[in-house]
Write a protein that binds this ligand. Structure first.
Ligand code: DLL
Length: 433
């Protein structure tokens, strides 16, 4: 552990630390951020709680609050004290801006150092950071964490995949940091270059920023000969470093000295008991630049009850399978793209590259899953292909409880991503088929 005195705190101490920090945060946010003052005043709520359960009575914050305050309206300190800004990608609308004080950057570095240590990283590691650098939080977030840990950071950013492989080999990279879909592309590219990743010193990966499945983890681990752990975060709350799997790979430890996690029913917005699925809500306890109170992430997860074998006492959230806003409702059945991926990654002969294509047939929505066959499958053998297609379709139908049209496509025909993969292609506004 990077900070064992904190990461394995006894619960009662952690509770009182959270309560103290929460009340300080509420006071700060109320005093300095008009959005919060208005929210609390109109709800007739005081910015104070007597115990942690009181949090459930406070108003939520949503992405639209940040949008309405664009760019700096929700900062709780003057711009003079902000040393860095990042922003969200804006794929679901107008971008939002987040700001960090010097203290925020330092705490973020600690949390990211914990994350890399969670993957077994130490000061002896060489960390290749292939998340994008820039307004996206991935690159710089991991970078500061690697340096804080005392490891060697390679700030290569995303893209130029052949160079990634060459650098990995020449610089002796031991930990790779990128999106899971980019890890697959890096592995495939290495093989094409005649470099077997198993011959390299690479031993671990810290992958996140997009949903991925346990089967995909196994594929990546086998392809690269590494241990792959899931790391989670979002810019509105911090960036990477909010939660991370440890080597037990059974849920992601939330950095509870800095955040309170709640799981709420997305319809009623009431908290659900531990173990039940719902929308993840975070409250930041120590953020100075842009504190958030009960931020609705739209991510779906649950708290894993019980203690982890690793000795960390921070509660664990299950890997995020999707967001309420990328859930597809197909003939009444809720489907997340990552569930399709979980099925595909368990079938030999198909590559972990797929896209869910939505189109219109007449007035009806039509869903087709495009799946790439693996390089080992002869694409001209119609019988083999038909058998494979039937297997994919029937496994999807039995796992998801809805049958989908499946189209097998040639190797390399689905566009590769160097960052977050685009899994859903929506052609419904582009005319019918
Ligand atoms: O993606 C921060 C990050 C960078 C996390 C690098 C991990 C590694 P945003 O661009 O604001 O921030 O996107 C946040 O991405 O609400 C989730 O929907 C999704 N996401 C992030 N990590 C995971 C993960 C960064 N491990 C949004 N599994 C979040 C599933 C994830 N989804």
């Amino acid at each position: 552990m990077f900070q064992p005195e904190v990461e394995s705190m006894v619960r009662a101490e952690l509770d009182s630390l959270q309560l103290e920090r929460l009340n300080a945060l509420l006071e700060r946010a109320y005093a300095n951020v008009p959005t919060y003052r208005e929210k609390f005043d109109s709800a007739g709520t005081r910015p104070h709680v007597d115990d942690l359960a009181g949090l459930a009575g406070l108003p939520f914050t949503v992405k639209d609050d940040l949008r309405a305050a664009y760019p700096y309206g929700m900062f709780a300190v003057p711009l003079h004290d902000i040393v860095r800004v990042h922003s969200s990608s804006g794929t679901t609308g107008q971008i939002t801006v987040v700001g960090y004080t010097e203290g925020d950057i330092s705490r973020w570095a600690d949390m990211m150092a914990r994350t890399i240590a969670c993957a077994g990283g130490t000061a002896d590691d060489v960390v290749q950071i292939a998340y994008g650098y820039g307004l996206f939080t991935g690159g710089l977030g991991v970078h500061y964490g690697a340096e804080r840990l005392g490891a060697t950071a390679i700030p290569i950013s995303g893209g130029n995949t052949k160079r990634q492989v060459q650098v990995m080999k020449d610089f002796g990279t031991t930990i790779l940091a990128c999106t899971p879909s980019y890890a697959v592309l890096i592995g495939e590219t290495a093989m094409e270059m005649g470099i077997d990743p198993h011959d390299l010193p690479l031993r671990a990966g810290v992958f996140g920023a997009e949903p991925w499945s346990d089967n995909m983890r196994t594929q990546i681990e086998e392809m690269l000969g590494i241990t792959a752990i899931d790391i989670y975060g979002l810019s509105e709350v911090l960036g990477p470093g909010v939660a991370s799997e440890c080597l037990e790979k059974h849920g992601l430890h939330v950095n509870e000295d800095h955040f309170i996690i709640e799981i709420v029913d997305p319809e009623t917005l009431l908290p659900v008991p531990d173990g039940e699925q719902g929308e993840v809500v975070f409250t930041t306890l120590t953020k100075e630049g842009i504190p958030v109170i009960r931020y609705r992430t739209r991510d779906i997860s649950r708290i894993i009850p019980g203690e982890c074998q690793c000795g960390r006492t921070f509660r664990r959230m299950e890997r995020v399978t999707g967001r309420t806003d990328d859930m597809l409702i197909i003939r009444g059945v809720n489907v997340f793209p990552s569930q399709i991926e979980q099925v595909l990654a368990g079938i030999p002969g198909v590559a972990p590259h797929y896209q869910v294509v939505l189109s219109k047939r007449g007035s009806m929505d039509h869903v087709e899953v495009h799946v790439e066959v693996g390089p080992e499958v002869a694409f001209d053998e119609i019988k083999t292909l038909e058998r494979l297609r039937n297997r994919v379709a029937s496994e999807i139908a039995s796992t998801l409880a809805v049958s989908l049209d499946v189209k097998l496509v040639e190797p390399k025909s689905i566009q590769r991503s160097e960052g977050k993969a685009k899994r859903v292609v929506d052609l419904r506004n582009e005319g019918s088929e």
